[in-house]
Design a protein around this ligand. Structure first.
Ligand SMILES: [Zn+2]
Length: 332
């Protein structure tokens, strides 16, 4: 039995037809975790769909109405890059419900997974890049509304910049709880990558991503690490270590939302970094060790993964669960 919960539903499947996004990956991950005895049936929790009220914490009523009535324009549907259907809307509401449940369980067990979610390209008023609803933002805003947390940090290790996350949380602040003014920090063990820092508020956003990749317009996160093409395990891990240290010097979150994209993998079809499967597991371990050392709860979502072989994407995501089991079992 795992010392934490995995939130999953067969209905996470996205009905998008033949697509570079492997919509069946969620079921494969669930099955692999059981087959390899990494997890037991009792480790899984079944989510319910988020309520419209939850979704409206992040998304505009106009956008939600268009989704519920099937009235997106052709342009809006094209920008989403997945074909609209009412079933797809239900799948995204369910993914958001899964992230809410995972966030709740993270506070109880120190860590919890949504074996789905991580749709970090969704904006308040539109979907983009295979993302309709920003499940992580919905979960954070829900936890804040219910007074379970006030401050969260997103750690986005998908190969693509977390543009929706950055836009949603830009400049948000808790007036009664001012942040320490950000002093200049050195974020440069390596020269080739560029690091940008900007606003901070009640949600501190960190994004490590390939600079020369989608999205073309990258609204500023609290910390953006713009990585050059082809970066490998060691350089990536040094940058991640720096970003986490710098972020946690500036900000004191009550919840970390780790967006554990599998697409920094060197065999990814939509990524241009060169991490190995082992390097990606070390990445997960680093995030978990840092969170554990500071006693910070972690909610994990999966986000992207487009390896030429779907099995590789499944392996990388399963390894994130294994890394958490290894890290959190040691101390339980
Ligand atoms: Zn991605």
């Amino acid at each position: 039995m795992l010392p934490f919960k995995l939130v999953y539903s067969d209905d996470y499947y996205l009905p998008i037809g033949a697509h570079v996004f492997p919509a069946e990956k969620y079921r494969h991950i669930h099955d692999r975790l059981l087959q390899t005895r990494t997890a037991e049936t009792s480790d899984f929790l079944t989510p319910e769909g988020a309520s419209d009220e939850d979704i409206l914490l992040v998304h505009t009523s106009d956008y939600v109405r268009k989704l519920k009535t099937g009235t997106l324009s052709a342009q809006e549907e094209m920008q989403m890059e997945i074909p609209y259907s009412p079933e797809l809307v239900r799948a995204f509401w369910l993914a958001a419900g899964g992230s809410i449940l995972a966030a709740d369980n993270a506070l109880k067990d120190r860590i919890a997974f949504n074996i789905g979610g991580g749709f970090h390209h969704a904006f308040p008023d539109h979907g983009e890049g295979f993302c309709m609803i920003h499940d992580v933002a919905v979960a954070i805003r829900g936890m804040q509304r219910d007074h379970k947390i006030t401050r969260a940090m997103t750690v986005d290790c998908d190969v693509h910049h977390g543009n929706g996350t950055a836009a949603i949380f830009a400049g948000t602040r808790v007036p009664s709880d001012p942040l320490p003014s950000s002093s200049p920090t050195t974020l440069a063990p390596l020269r080739p990558a560029k690091s940008r820092r900007s606003h901070a508020g009640d949600v501190f956003t960190i994004s490590l991503h390939q600079e020369n990749n989608y999205p073309a317009w990258k609204p500023p996160s609290s910390i953006d690490v713009d990585l050059p093409d082809g970066i490998g395990d060691d350089d990536y891990l040094a940058w991640l270590d720096n970003a986490l240290s710098s972020g946690l010097r500036q900000f004191d979150p009550e919840l970390i939302c780790y967006i554990a994209g599998a697409d920094p993998y060197r065999e990814d079809q939509l990524g241009g970094l060169a991490l190995t499967t082992e390097g990606l597991k070390r990445r997960d371990e680093l995030v978990f060790r840092v969170a554990q050392a500071r006693n910070l709860p972690v909610m994990v979502t999966l986000a992207g993964g487009y390896a030429r072989r779907v099995e590789d994407t499944v392996t990388i995501h399963c390894n994130t669960v294994i890394a958490a089991a290894e890290t959190f079992r040691k101390q339980s």
